[in-house]
Ligand binder design. Structure first.
Ligand SMILES: [Zn+2]
Length: 250
């Protein structure tokens, strides 16, 4: 029952989660299902990436790279926080996943072992949604606040739709048998948190927190002061009596 979503449903769940969505021209029919003879799905997890460069939308959605035909992800998440729809079908993003790592996401384990090729491999493009997040990946390029917030929302949208936990949200470096390093780098901030380094564990915590709220929720961005408690009826009566007494003395 983890059938890939239709194009319209995909857009609907993202918008419900507060994500700004743009549709890349031709995205509804661009996929790798027919070309490989391997239909996309059933899907069991989300795989998160960084692009390794800026302005890679055309590459991910339409052009691909030598040896890797497009699309290169289902979603391209720009620095602006806009989610560009690139495909609803099979895409070339995951490569081979180590079986032990994949199983930990499939089973939504609370821990995820380092990928071990000796455990066997699965074709990650068959069974995972890929999100390519625009970032140079050099460890210095900062994920803007608005981009990280959208990233959490996109992952939560899939989890909410499929009734997955945040333990279904993986990162390429957690599954790759080729030693992929992504995603990584500093994040400008999230909610009341200032700058921090991206880690898969913190990311899943943020997705899990989001899933405890309605899709329309936004994380608080400032710590609001505790309001003074409203006066009780007795306190208000006492105050009135004092004023009356004071008036009578005049
Ligand atoms: Zn990657």
């Amino acid at each position: 029952m983890a059938t890939p979503l239709t194009a319209d449903r995909l857009i609907a769940i993202l918008k419900a989660e507060g994500v700004r969505v743009s549709e890349y021209s031709g995205w509804r029919t661009r996929e790798r299902d027919d070309e490989t003879g391997k239909p996309f799905g059933p899907v069991h997890m989300i795989l998160n990436h960084h692009t390794g460069g800026r302005d890679a939308l055309d590459t991910v959605a339409k052009n691909g790279v030598p040896g890797l035909p497009p699309p290169l992800a289902q979603i391209y998440l720009a620095r602006t926080g806009v989610a560009w729809m690139c495909s609803k079908g099979r895409a070339n993003h995951a490569g081979l996943m180590a079986r032990n790592a994949y199983d930990s996401f499939l089973n939504e384990s609370s821990t995820h072992p380092a990928p071990s090729k000796s455990s066997g491999t699965v074709d990650g493009n068959d069974l995972s949604y890929g999100i390519e997040t625009e970032n140079r990946g050099d460890g210095a390029d900062i994920y803007p606040r608005v981009q990280y917030d959208a990233w959490v929302r996109i992952n939560a949208a899939f989890c909410r739709e499929y009734r997955w936990t945040a333990e279904s949200c993986g990162c390429h470096k957690e599954t790759s048998v080729e030693g992929k390093p992504d995603p990584r780098g500093p994040v400008e901030g999230y909610g009341t948190r200032g700058r921090f380094e991206f880690t898969p564990a913190q990311f899943r915590k943020d997705v899990a927190e989001r899933l405890r709220h309605a899709a329309s929720w936004s994380p608080p961005t400032t710590t609001s002061p505790t309001p003074a408690p409203a006066p009780t009826v007795e306190q208000r009566l006492t105050a009135l009596e004092k004023r009356v007494t004071a008036l009578e003395k005049e």
